[in-house]
Every structure is written in structure tokens, then in C-alpha cells.
Design a protein around this ligand. Structure first.
Ligand SMILES: Nc1ncnc2c1ncn2[C@@H]1O[C@H](COP(=O)(O)OP(=O)(O)OP(=O)(O)O)[C@@H](O)[C@H]1O
Ligand SMILES: [Mg+2]
Length: 252
């Protein structure tokens, strides 16, 4: 089997007596958009933090490009291409959009001078934020703040982008531009791991889905198969009407 871009082996994480992640074995292939769904408190953000290196696992290992990076700290992983767009963004509100991206390029990827500027400008273009380059981050509407958080991660020139709930809080009308953004990122050659509660936003672009519940994987595969699985349906039925419609077709 070829080397996965990211791989976990028997990955687990506990906080005191609380086992938040347990026995996770999965691969992220180069070029895919992997969607991760699961109820509140399932351990999704903790999993991204373990992949990004800000939270060490209690058990198991993380492999990146075939190398065991379990003990590599977050800044090492950032400089080697693992970037995170956080569930709760904390941009520098008093700095402009472009200045925030320069911080991402310099401190995330360790880029300098013209290279950092080029990377920040490219992140502006990818996220359609060029018109807001000189706006203060604190003045942005929610959709643009979400774009800025993704752009900050992209400014570090990642090979793999970890996205945590970028669609949260957006209106239905605001979702298509965000989905287009993830498509653009994928088409630019970046592998994406995208956690999202808004399942139909995920399925619009994800090539694979995993469902996490109580820190364990209960499904991993083609989106339609994962969403059709009885365990996943038990969690999501009634929350996402699209799943009900899919079922009606299957029964017809
Ligand atoms: N640093 C920490 N210390 C103690 N408990 C933690 C810590 N981080 C997370 N937890 C707990 O781990 C569990 C999983 O949290 P996590 O944030 O990973 O869930 P999630 O799936 O991202 O949820 P949500 O969908 O609400 O964002 C929760 O019970 C949370 O309270
Ligand atoms: Mg979370």
C-alpha cells in the first residue's frame, strides 16, 4: 500500500479519566477532502489538535508522509505543511487582513521577506479576500472572518489543511462561497480534512466521510455509504432533512 499523507495508529487521548479519543486508525490520502462528522463533544476538535500537534496523544501515533511525527511539536508540523483553521478564530483584530496573513506566512511557515508576501497575497486571492486586504480584521462580517481564518492557514503554504467548523454560524446563502473556497483549495493541490456539523456542506465537496462518536470511529468510507449507515442515521436523523430524502429514493 502506498504511503498515506497522514495516518493514525491506535490513537487515543484522555483528559484525566475522560477518554476523548480511542483506538483511532485511519489514513488521509494525498489530494482527498476527508469530511469528519459527529455530535458535540465527540472529540473532533481534539483529533485535529492531535494531528496539528498542539495536543499530544495519550496512546498511539501520528504519521505524516511516512514519518512518525507523534513527538513533533505544532510549530514543526506547521513548518512542514500541516496547517489548522480553528473552530474559534483569533485573528489580530487591530491588524489588517493582509497583515494577519503575513503573520501566518512568517510564524506559521517560517517564510521571510518577498516569499512571505507572495504567500500572503496568494492566500488573499484563493479566498477572494483581495478587496479586503487593507480592512481591519475586526471590521469583517462573519463570512469574511471565516475566509480570513482559512486564508491565515493557507498563508503557511500547507500540504494538508485541517478545517474545524468553518461553516458554523453561516446562513444557507453564505455556504456556497465557502464550499467553493474548499474546492479551490483542493484544486490547488492541498489535501483537506474538514470537520463540519453542516453535513450537506461537507458532502458537496468531501470525497470521503468519517463519523466520530465518543472518540471512536463508527463509519469511514464513501459519503453516501457513511450517511446510509444505521448508526450514523441514528445520530443525524431529523437534524439534516437531506438524509431523509436520500432514504426516500433508496426505498423507491
Ligand atoms: N483540554 C481539555 N481538558 C479537558 N477536557 C477536554 C479538553 N479538551 C476537550 N475536552 C473534552 O473532550 C471532549 C471532546 O471535546 P472536543 O472539543 O474535541 O469535541 P468536538 O467533537 O469538537 O465538539 P463540538 O462539535 O462541540 O466542537 C469534550 O467532553 C470536552 O469537554
Ligand atoms: Mg469542536
Amino acid at each position: 500500500m502506498s504511503t498515506a499523507l497522514l495516518e493514525t495508529r491506535s490513537l487515543g487521548r484522555s483528559f484525566g479519566k475522560l477518554e476523548v479519543l480511542s483506538g483511532l486508525d485511519f489514513r488521509v490520502e494525498q489530494g482527498e477532502v476527508l469530511g469528519i462528522i459527529g455530535p458535540n463533544g465527540a472529540g473532533k476538535s481534539t483529533l485535529l489538535a492531535v494531528l496539528g500537534g498542539s495536543v499530544p496523544p495519550s496512546t498511539g501515533s501520528v504519521h505524516y508522509g511516512g514519518e512518525d511525527v507523534t513527538r513533533r511539536p505544532a510549530h514543526w508540523r506547521a513548518r512542514h505543511g500541516i496547517a489548522t483553521s480553528y473552530q474559534v478564530p483569533r485573528p489580530f483584530l487591530g491588524m489588517t487582513v493582509l497583515e494577519n496573513l503575513l503573520v501566518g506566512a512568517r510564524f506559521g511557515a517560517g517564510l521571510r521577506g518577498a516569499e512571505a508576501t507572495a504567500s500572503a497575497v496568494r492566500a488573499l486571492e484563493l479566498t477572494n479576500l483581495t478587496p479586503q486586504a487593507d480592512a481591519l480584521a475586526g471590521s469583517l462580517r462573519l463570512l469574511d472572518r471565516k475566509r480570513l481564518e482559512v486564508a491565515r492557514a493557507l498563508a503557511a503554504r500547507p500540504r494538508v489543511l485541517l478545517l474545524d467548523e468553518v461553516a458554523g454560524g453561516l446562513t444557507e446563502q453564505e455556504l456556497p462561497p465557502l464550499i467553493d473556497l474548499v474546492r479551490t483549495v483542493r484544486d490547488s493541490g492541498v489535501t483537506v480534512v474538514w470537520i463540519e456539523h453542516v453535513v450537506h456542506a461537507l458532502t458537496a465537496v468531501a470525497s470521503r466521510l468519517m463519523c466520530l462518536t465518543y472518540g471512536r470511529l463508527i463509519a469511514d468510507g464513501a459519503p453516501e455509504d457513511v450517511l446510509a449507515s444505521p448508526e450514523v442515521r441514528a445520530i443525524y436523523l431529523g437534524i439534516e432533512p437531506e438524509l431523509g430524502e436520500g432514504d426516500a429514493h433508496a426505498d423507491a
